[in-house]
Ligand binder design. Structure first.
Ligand SMILES: [Zn+2]
Length: 498
């Protein structure tokens, strides 16, 4: 995610902006996240607005130390991406978009085989995040059943967490089928992942998102008020249908499979979130190698899909040369009003107006590897995707020197690795402290040990942690043969001290 806005744009606090004189085109505030593993049975944050069903089931441990994550302990350097978990969730998701474009109804079936015992299920409703709600957006789960039986559920006080007690403990690997129905009201006029304007609607993370992290448990951190991500989940298989007006184009996560009347059917093999944009976009289509790329521009915007398409193709090629093949079967980009900057999703990007003139485009494409393919706990370790996306973008655009020259506010110095709980009251320094300081440190580490050895190690990190949620320990493990690089990252607080 990137927040990029001209200094003259009205109506928004500008505390995040970089000095114009730097001519650094991206003016960013962070993607943050929510997410911390909580033991099964621990309280849902915030006061429930409805009572969960009474359960006296014993609390069972559902966390284990990150250090025993099996995905990362194989230190051998892979040359191909690790395969997705064969037991990953299967999500069948259906959206029906109102012709007004102001609301969406949805159903979702999640087939889940947790790798740890569970006595509850947790879904996140990111459409209830603070920014979306300020714009009049909100969502509610209207029905929920577990294995075919209607179930009561509790919603947290901040309305982003839905918890279902199972009435007992299910052992690891048990098959749990959850059906949900939900209603989504899209906000208007906000710089966020959900919105509608005229004949166009967009909704990223606009459905109840299973908040599981393998090996750790449920992700229940509160949302952030920043322009930032708050979603964390494991990759899942996706079957997506979108019912929208016949003249609409559908852009977003997944590969288009078929169109039946108003219903567009898409699928994806392993994605950790979903974005959809619908409307009468002007679309340019091409390929980056074998990967289909579509860029759609919303009506009324002066952006050129034909100009943006090859820029995305070039960005994909540049990142793929360093980190490995593009991780999804397709990439769709929707250029939209209201968004200032860009927001990344697996196989999909929401882009603001005029973002071909700054770092946003290359940054968002880099997130397909750093956040999409290699996930992270964005509440605990926001730097793992934001510093890396900024680093990757700087390598492509040659802006590393500029990043290295920027000052870091005192409250952010040597705190690259701080969690979003630390940045939440300090959002004005988040970009400089995490994006800039983190990217500059990664670039310095690369110079310190040499590009060849560093690039090999980072490629190994990406391949080993593909389709997983990586941790700083996973990165340190990948850099174990490059202690001077580890020292650089420790020096800025990106990696913990020994
Ligand atoms: Zn970003």
């Amino acid at each position: 995610m990137i927040f990029s806005s001209p200094p003259t744009a009205p109506g928004r606090a500008r505390a995040r902006l970089l000095p114009v004189a730097l001519a650094l085109p991206l003016l960013v505030s962070g993607c943050s996240g929510t997410h911390r593993a909580a033991p099964t049975g621990s309280p849902t944050p915030g006061a429930p607005t409805s009572s969960p069903p009474t359960s006296t089931a014993p609390v069972t441990p559902s966390t284990r130390p990150a250090s025993v994550r099996p995905s990362a302990t194989a230190a051998a350097c892979r040359t191909t991406y690790a395969a997705p978990d064969p037991d990953r969730p299967v999500v069948a998701l259906s959206f029906v978009v109102a012709d007004s474009k102001a609301s969406v109804r949805g159903t979702e079936r999640v087939t889940f085989r947790p790798d740890l015992p569970v006595d509850r299920l947790v879904f996140r409703l990111w459409a209830n995040e603070p920014a979306a709600r300020r714009g009049g957006g909100h969502t509610e789960v209207t029905a929920l059943s577990v294995d075919g039986t209607a179930s009561a559920f509790a919603v947290s006080g901040d309305r982003t967490t839905v918890t279902v007690r199972l009435g007992g403990t299910r052992p690891a690997r048990s098959r749990i089928v959850v059906d949900l129905a939900f209603a989504l009201t899209l906000p208007g006029g906000v710089n966020e992942r959900l919105g509608h304007s005229g004949r166009v609607a967009w909704f990223g993370s606009g459905f109840p998102l299973l908040a599981w992290e393998r090996g750790r448990g449920w992700a229940t951190e509160p949302p952030t008020s920043a322009f930032a991500e708050a979603a964390t989940s494991e990759s899942f298989q996706l079957d997506l249908s979108v019912d929208t007006a016949p003249g609409d184009t559908v852009l977003g996560t997944g590969v288009p499979i078929s169109t039946t009347g108003r219903i567009r059917h898409r699928t994806a093999d392993a994605v950790r979130d979903v974005v959809v944009a619908v409307g009468p976009f002007h679309v340019a289509r091409g390929r980056a190698g074998a990967t289909p790329v579509a860029v759609g521009v919303a009506p009324g915007l002066s952006d050129s899909a034909e100009r943006l398409l090859p820029m995305h193709v070039d960005a994909i090629a540049a990142h793929a040369a360093r980190y490995g093949p593009f991780p999804y079967a397709s990439l769709d980009v929707a250029v939209l009003p209201d968004i200032e900057g860009g927001i990344e999703f697996p196989g999909g990007i929401l882009l603001g107006h005029n973002q071909d003139k700054d770092a946003t485009l290359v940054h968002e494409v880099a997130h397909q590897w750093f956040y999409g393919l290699v996930g992270d706990d964005q509440g605990r370790d926001p730097w793992l995707d934001e510093a890396f996306a900024t680093y990757a973008e700087a390598l492509v655009r040659g802006t590393g020197g500029t990043y290295a020259s920027l000052s870091v506010p005192a409250s952010g110095r040597r705190r690259v690795g701080a969690p979003m709980a630390y940045w939440e009251p300090r959002t004005s320094v988040y970009y400089r402290s995490v994006y800039v300081q983190g990217a500059a440190a990664l670039l310095r580490a690369r110079r310190t040990v040499g590009a060849t050895a560093w690039d090999r190690a980072i490629r190994c990190y990406v391949a080993t942690n593909a389709h997983r949620i990586a941790t700083p320990a996973d990165l340190a493990r990948a850099l174990a043969g490059l202690p001077a690089a580890v020292a650089v990252l420790r020096g800025v607080g990106a990696l913990p001290p020994r």
